[in-house]
Design a protein around this ligand. Structure first.
Ligand code: SAM
Length: 285
């Protein structure tokens, strides 16, 4: 499958994912010491929202486009809109930055990103995008495998103690992806226990998520925070009704950073039956 045409850049799921990602990066930047980010499923990094890809433009119009026209938004949403606007300097909304580009934009000189992408065409685009970026490494390979290969992270002889792993797989066969995510998290927590792990997941029918969440809670994370935005009721298996970000070992009191944005996202992006969730599934002892 050519993923480029299936990825709905800027839709409600991207809004949630990228807004939470930026808030996590901001929390990491509160300390001076360097951090490392591993993006296991990075995509091509930059998406063109042009007329010939009108399906994507429509998704973005219903997602980020609905936010961009508002005033008086909470800081977390403005932070996200400003990050996207930086890639659209002439004010026309034509480029949507994917996760590795948003991370690279947020890095300081002494922080590092490793971005992994399996699909050759996407990986080539990602390599070209970061050809001159000194602190970004692109790996054209299976992202799950890099958890073993790259963690715990080192720069030269220095171990990087702090950081973030973003796991954002395509969930083409949703039930088949869950065990791979769980195995990756188990391996990651063993190798780099203090990092934050952020897992994006789609919500179609809630039923299919129960056993996944049960398995998440068996992992040796100190804390688990679940953040969800449903733009309609979660009763149709055919549509992306919403999505969530599961955060293992999030920064302390991270829920307070996100709480003000969720009701606003529900109101501006939701239809009948929309809802949000911000819940500690496991609290640090
Ligand atoms: N994280 C990106 C963002 O937020 O902009 C979007 C990623 S997209 C949801 C998932 C990507 O994972 C696709 O580009 C797909 O080609 C890639 N992919 C699929 N299986 C993979 C694997 N095993 N390892 C690395 N990348 C993979």
């Amino acid at each position: 499958m050519n993923y480029r045409h299936a990825f709905h850049a800027g839709n409600h799921a991207d809004v949630l994912k990228h807004l939470v990602l930026l808030a996590l990066l901001d929390a990491l930047k509160r300390k001076q010491s360097p951090f490392f980010v591993l993006d296991t499923h990075a995509g091509r990094g930059r998406y063109q929202l042009t007329a010939e890809e009108s399906a994507k433009t429509g998704e973005a119009r219903d997602g980020i486009g609905k936010l961009a026209v508002q005033t008086g938004l909470p800081q977390g949403i403005r932070r996200y809109l400003d990050a996207v606007a930086a890639f659209n300097p002439d004010g026309r909304f034509e480029v949507y930055p994917g996760s590795p580009l948003l991370v690279a934009q947020a890095l300081r000189e002494h922080d590092y990103l490793a971005a992994c992408e399996l699909q050759p065409e996407e990986a080539a685009a990602l390599k070209a995008l970061f050809a001159h970026a000194g602190n970004v490494a692109v790996h054209a390979r299976d992202g799950y495998g890099t958890i073993k290969a790259l963690l715990p992270p080192k720069h030269g002889a220095t171990r990087l103690a702090r950081g973030l792993v973003l796991i954002d797989p395509p969930y083409e066969a949703q039930d088949a992806e869950y065990p791979r995510v769980i195995a990756a998290l188990r391996e990651g927590l063993e190798r780099w226990p203090n990092a934050t792990y952020a897992v994006w997941y789609p919500v179609k029918q809630r039923r299919s998520l129960h056993s996944f969440l049960r398995e998440i809670l068996k992992l040796p994370a100190k804390s688990v925070l679940d953040i969800e935005l449903l733009v309609r009721a979660d009763d149709s298996p055919l549509r992306l009704n919403g999505s969530g970000m599961l955060l293992l070992n999030p920064p302390w009191q991270f829920d307070a950073d996100i709480a003000p944005v969720l009701p606003v996202l529900r109101k501006l992006l939701g239809e009948q039956g929309a809802s949000t969730r911000l819940e500690w599934l496991k609290v640090a002892a």
